[in-house]
Write a protein that binds this ligand. Sequence first.
Ligand SMILES: C[S@@+](CC[C@H](N)C(=O)[O-])C[C@H]1O[C@@H](n2cnc3c(N)ncnc32)[C@H](O)[C@@H]1O
Length: 283
Amino acid sequence: MYYREWLFFFFYKNINFFRIKNININYIDNFICKNLLYYKFKNKNKIYLDFFLSYKDLFLLNNFLLKILNYENIEYINKYTYFYGLKIFINNKVFVPRIETECLIDFILNYIKNNRFYKILDLGSGSGNISLVLSKLIEKSKVLGIDINLDSILLSKINKNRLNINNVNFKLNNWYYFSSNYLYDIIISNPPYININDFNYINNNILYENFNSIFSKNNGLYDIYYIINNFSKFLKSNGLLILEHFNNHKKIKYIFKKTKKFKKIYSLKDFNNIYRFTFGIKY
Ligand SMILES: C[S@@+](CC[C@H](N)C(=O)[O-])C[C@H]1O[C@@H](n2cnc3c(N)ncnc32)[C@H](O)[C@@H]1O
């Protein structure tokens, strides 16, 4: 079967679905198939309409699109993603690193001063993406990533070994029971922050992800509140606590202020002009 035939066949077979979703055939051709080609068809970036599909190709295309129709994240299908230029393996038991989080890395890289040693703690390290990028790019650093999810820790260790980074460690740990003999220069976290009541409004991709990675009680603030109130004691004086969040930066700044443990408290925007990060510097 030629690619052209397959595309029409697939599109019209699922026409009702595509109508509801306002997806046209060019969208499928350009976006979905390109993704598939990039990852599975030996890095070709264009498939021509007269491309002849083998049975194996057909099987691959059908499976891929059925998964897409079910909204499974493309990263879970491919089993890897890129975060700040590093190839990070993922699986469907861990959170898929998001591009917004790269702004957090930009901020840290601007914040640090050359030739100083940094001890960094990453709370809720997921696939290890933040910890791995920071430990790779900040040579004079020692990074610890903790996560409550064993699958995250196992995967982070695989990523660490694959990338051959030595100044990072990952530990299974729950931030509600965290203790440490050390003080840190930087504590960073992209905690769960979606309000459980927003469940019906959010992107369907999220439904495929680990629930504990995404949702937090108290309008999405439960974990953020705990971290701000309990982690200043693990920071050195002038240490930085920075958190990713969603659309409630004023409340989060207020939580920082109320602790009376932080001097400079600011929120930062991501590249979509949304206040997405808030930080405080410990007195
Ligand atoms: C939004 S994901 C962030 C993952 C990764 N840091 C990133 O930015 O892509 C939140 C992570 O926090 C972890 N987590 C949730 N509650 C936790 C807790 N109480 N203690 C430690 N980790 C927790 C989840 O397992 C998940 O990996």
